[in-house]
Design a protein around this ligand. Structure first.
Ligand code: GTP
Ligand code: MG
Ligand code: NA
Length: 346
């Protein structure tokens, strides 16, 4: 039975937005980590990747079941964190080029900023569907917190004064979005989901709105990705993110496996500063689920990995690997020649 052998691919969701809007903090709250606290100056300087298994997501989206039921069919979500600082536009481009769906984070206190506009342009150019996280709702006047609650439910418990403050800021942002030709509306009050982008009020500090954000991501990715949800037997798409020396492993690469399957004994070809690198995987690793790949920690060893996943590869001769390049399989002579041609033309 062909159906039973189909392996579902996890959607890749990229987080974009202006510096310090709270992208990493939102992920930290969901992971139960403090990656942001370990960043120099609190500034993200690399692309990150975290895998969230469906069972962990299910616990959150359950909280929106009454007003916005969503069902997760994929094994999980692969979430890509990007830097918001203006000097990293290459990393935002790289991150967003891999994703099926995006979360654009806007600081409710600041509205649209320079890299918000840059991100909106990237998403428009690539026709990437996205949700807006309107973050830092806990900073509105007189906000009453209920840790990790659905923000739809939290809103019901706020004072009139809070509602006025929120609505004032919200309406300004809706106007700014409209000035840039984007229609958007609160996800629970969306007049036309086909033309209005959904907005989810969130707080990375209290976790409010995280259930709603995940519910919207799950609903929209299953709506947009139906045909792309299966790991294709003959497809392979893998991008190198970082080249890093790790104690005990030597020089390794962090990569995003976007489609296909990679195996522990695969031969691979990728771009090096002095021409193509041909090597053989020594160890195929991932961080543990809900852990950020860019934080050095323990790794899980695998014989094979299906997309989508953030992976770490240990192999000889990776010293000169070029971040941002494609990685190809080269298990046969034909594959190897094709891979070398592709690397040379990339
Ligand atoms: P870059 O990756 O450097 O672009 O920043 P970022 O978007 O990842 O933002 P980050 O998580 O570094 O948060 C920036 C600051 O905002 C930190 O001091 C956070 O504690 C704070 N912050 C983030 N989210 C919230 C929120 O929801 N409420 C409040 N009050 N503060 C927040
Ligand atoms: Mg960050
Ligand atoms: Na930051």
């Amino acid at each position: 039975n062909k159906k039973q052998r189909e392996i579902l691919r996890s959607p890749i969701v990229c987080i974009l937005g202006h510096v310090d809007t709270g992208k990493t903090t939102l992920l930290d709250k969901l992971r139960g980590t403090n990656v942001q606290g370990g960043e120099a100056g609190g500034i993200t300087q690399q692309i990150g990747a975290t895998y969230f298994p469906s069972q962990n997501i299910a616990v959150e989206i359950e909280k929106c079941n009454q007003h916005y039921p969503a069902e997760l069919k994929a094994p999980g979500l692969l979430v890509i964190d990007t830097p918001g600082h203006e000097s990293f536009s290459n990393l935002r481009t790289r991150g967003s080029s891999l994703c099926d769906f995006a979360i654009l984070v806007i600081d409710l206190m600041h509205g649209l900023e320079q890299q918000t506009l840059e991100s909106l342009n990237l998403l428009k150019m690539r026709k990437t569907p996205f949700v807006i996280a309107l973050n830092k709702i806990d900073r509105t006047y007189d906000w009453k917190t209920e840790e990790f609650a659905s923000s739809y439910i939290s809103f019901k418990n706020q004072s009139k004064e809070n509602k006025n403050d929120f609505n004032h800021r919200y309406n300004q942002i809706i106007t700014q979005l409209a000035e840039n030709s984007f229609n958007a509306a609160l996800y629970w009050d969306n007049p036309d989901p086909k033309t209005y982008f959904p907005i989810v009020p969130t707080s990375g500090v209290t976790g409010e709105g995280i259930p709603d954000l995940l519910s919207v991501v799950i609903k929209y990715t299953s709506m947009y990705m139906k045909s792309r949800m299966v790991v294709k037997q003959d497809a392979f798409n893998c991008t190198v993110m970082e080249v890093k020396k790790i104690d005990g492993l030597g020089v390794t690469i962090d990569a995003i496996l976007v489609d296909g399957t990679i195996r522990q004994d695969d031969k691979i070809v990728l771009l090096g500063f002095n021409g193509p690198i041909k090597t053989k995987i020594r160890a195929l690793l991932t961080p543990y689920p809900m852990k950020e790949i860019r934080v050095k920690a323990e790794y899980e060893h695998h014989n094979f990995i299906h997309a989508s996943m953030g992976i770490k590869i240990s192999a000889p001769d990776l010293e000169e690997a070029v971040a941002g390049s494609q990685l190809y399989l080269a298990n046969t002579n034909d594959e190897e020649q094709t891979a070398i041609d592709l690397v040379m033309s990339d």
